[in-house]
Design a protein. Sequence first.
Length: 382
Amino acid sequence: MLRRASLALVVPALMASSGYIHHERSAACCHEDHAAPSASASFGTLRGVSPMLEPRSGHSATLLPNGKVLIAGGMRRNQDFYSSAELYDPATGKFRETGSMAVATVGNAALLLKSGKVLVVGGWVRGSTTDLAEIYDPATGTFGDAGRMTMKRARPEVSLLTNGDVLITGGEDHDSPGGMATAELYLAAAGRFEAIAPMHYGRIAHTSTVLNDGRVLIVGGAGEKDGIIATAEVYDPSTRTFSVSGKLLTPRVKQCAGLLPDGRVLLAGGSNAFGWNGQLASAEIFDPKTGAFSAAASLSDARFKLPDEAAALPGGRLLFAGGSKTLEVFDPASGRFLAVNDQLPDARHYMSETRLADGSVLLAGGYPNNDQATGAAWVYRP
């Protein structure tokens, strides 16, 4: 049996700032106006696969070296979190049970280490947040203790650095309207965490993208004192410090980011301070050479609560899924978004998006316009 913890003691406001707790949308939902519609051409297909063993949203999804996908944690609904994990096997199109984590958590972050194991950190747990870290070993199918971060973090961002260490930024350590500025490293060789100089702004629900030169671009999110953050920062591994680098044309939170073939970074969607009533269709591109943002063509549909990273497709294209029924592919050759004819049955928020070894993409879980997660899963094929 899969283990799931029903957390009746979770404070109702606990996850409101980062959106894991649903807030009802008004009938007159005021999405951002956008002048540049998506191209009408279709690109790729979407097909359903066998559902997950449990309905989940806010879970982590990590591609393993053997081609399977590790799904860990998440929630069924508010106050009902999982410690269980499962594996998706592309060969069978089915999910199966694997080992469980030590605690039930949602908003945990996970990342594949160079060792082939998976580091899982943080999240909301039992009415609070956690500093707990665990490592999943695909060879044994079990989770093991990886120590504790230097502080508690729910929904931090994690990035694998070129030297094999892991950069961990932001998140929140308590129920608050925004995230922290603190950051730390997981030193993979030593198996321990170490605090580093903080970011310039507190952030949660931001994006963290490794650039071609090994630096890391930190964009957007919400701070406890500063609200929605417009200023971007770049982390330099050689100095272990963050520097301010440009301002977004539109401040945004809960957006999606992806690295383009030329080394620039595309950001799309998200929301402004109005949340459900402030969803964005706009997109913009960060150029590491100039440290500035420029406008890009808009999505056809405003959306937020997206996967943090857009899946990379053949030809340098990027897949944007979630927050809407419509899947859209950004084509760097034309600089436009191409709509996929096949649609999701509902707008899925906090679903996972994982590029598989054959170039297809697994989409799993999420919730529609309520807090009830789904176990449904789909595979997008370019």
